[in-house]
Design a protein around this ligand. Structure first.
Ligand code: NAP
Length: 326
């Protein structure tokens, strides 16, 4: 049996220190909820997403989010905005140790893990990240992203990522876009000594992936929800069942979607570059969804199933259908 990740240095009491800090500087109450990882660390339940934010927007969005009480920022080398994220953190004045910062290893850096993390840390202007994810289980050839290596795959990449934990450059390591099939391969590999702390996957009512979510729970891997609002031009905003439910709660559809994800035990990563939306998206305290309301949202995919991120842009298959990515 695989050991759950061993003890990794923890940042001091994120929830309490953050609450204290923001209570002195903000009127907006921060979401105090966190989810515990298999390392013992606590990941804040709401993080700001930064994918597809245009250059020049990310720094301001990150600064606004941190000032509004966010303690969690999600970025990736592939988004091309790590530098701006770092600048936004500096501009906010929030001390680095109060922030959960996630970035991701890009597909064509799989053979260059040590160099990749150094590049991201330099971009972000920080000595460590709280979570480093393998962005996709796709080891693409450096300089030719239309091909995969034939002598290297994500098991080799994970073997190298595990070495980062002892360097202090990453507090937790995890994966993203892994379905059951690829996780089974990863977890059964001889070189795998650390169970990923997190699998960041597409999760919203149009793609709730119950089978994969249950599999992750059984392995002690935290599910982090990307595209929790259904991404750009989300078809979820106009669904009668959701607009009616939101109205009855006196909340926006977006708040209902995020609260649903948090109550299901996921961390949610809504992206916005609009200050008012950034603030509203973390205003999730003081109310909740009932079990019946959760069950109602769980049903949405039966009539309105959709997926934002497929694998057809990659030269390797990632998703294998029902029961894998659901
Ligand atoms: P999302 O967060 O589900 O939706 C973002 C869209 O919703 C944007 O168009 C945003 O517009 C809009 N929006 C946000 N809050 C709103 C509100 N309160 N009212 C109305 N509209 C609102 O989509 P996402 O960016 O696809 O996913 C979120 C994050 O997950 C990403 O940014 C990224 O960090 C992560 N992600 C990871 C992966 C992966 O492979 N690991 C893949 C996809 C995403 P404005 O910005 O204009 O306000």
């Amino acid at each position: 049996m695989l050991p759950v990740s061993r003890a990794i240095p923890r940042i001091p009491s994120i929830t309490n220190t953050t609450r204290h800090f923001f209570s002195q500087t903000n009127t907006m109450a921060p979401l105090s909820k966190t989810h515990k990882l298999n390392t013992g660390d606590e990941i804040p339940a709401v993080g700001l997403g930064t994918w597809q934010s245009k250059p020049g927007q990310v720094e301001k969005a990150v600064e606004a989010a941190l000032r509004a009480g966010y303690t969690h920022i999600d970025t990736a080398y592939a988004y091309g905005n790590e530098k701006e994220v770092g600048q936004g953190i500096k501009a906010s004045g929030v001390p680095r140790e109060k922030i959960w910062l996630t970035t991701k290893l890009d597909n064509d850096w799989h053979k260059h893990v040590a160099e990749a993390i150094d590049t991201s840390l330099k971009n972000l202007d920080t000595p460590y990240v709280d979570l480093y994810l393998m962005h996709w289980p796709a080891s693409l050839v450096k300089g030719n992203t239309k091909e995969v290596y034939n002598d290297w795959d994500f098991v080799d990449t994970w073997r190298e990522m595990q070495k980062l934990v002892d360097t202090g450059k990453v507090k937790n390591i995890g994966v993203s876009n892994f379905g059951v099939k690829n996780l089974e391969k990863l977890l059964s590999a001889e070189s795998t000594k650390i169970v990923p702390a997190v699998n960041q996957i597409e999760l919203h009512p149009g793609n709730p992936s119950p089978h994969l979510v249950e599999y992750l729970r059984s392995k002690g891997i935290h599910a982090s929800a990307y595209s929790p609002l259904g991404s750009s031009d989300s078809p979820l905003y106009k669904l009668n069942s959701l607009t009616k439910l939101a109205e009855s709660k006196g909340k926006t559809v977006q708040q209902v979607l995020l609260r649903w994800g948090v109550q299901k035990g996921w961390s949610v990563l809504p992206k916005s570059v609009t200050e008012e939306r950034i603030k509203a998206n973390i205003d999730l305290e003081g109310w909740s969804l009932t079990d019946e309301e959760i069950a109602q949202i769980d049903e949405v995919h039966k009539e309105n199933s959709f997926k934002v991120c497929g694998d057809d842009w990659l030269p390797v298959k990632i998703f294998f259908g029902a029961g894998d990515s659901d």
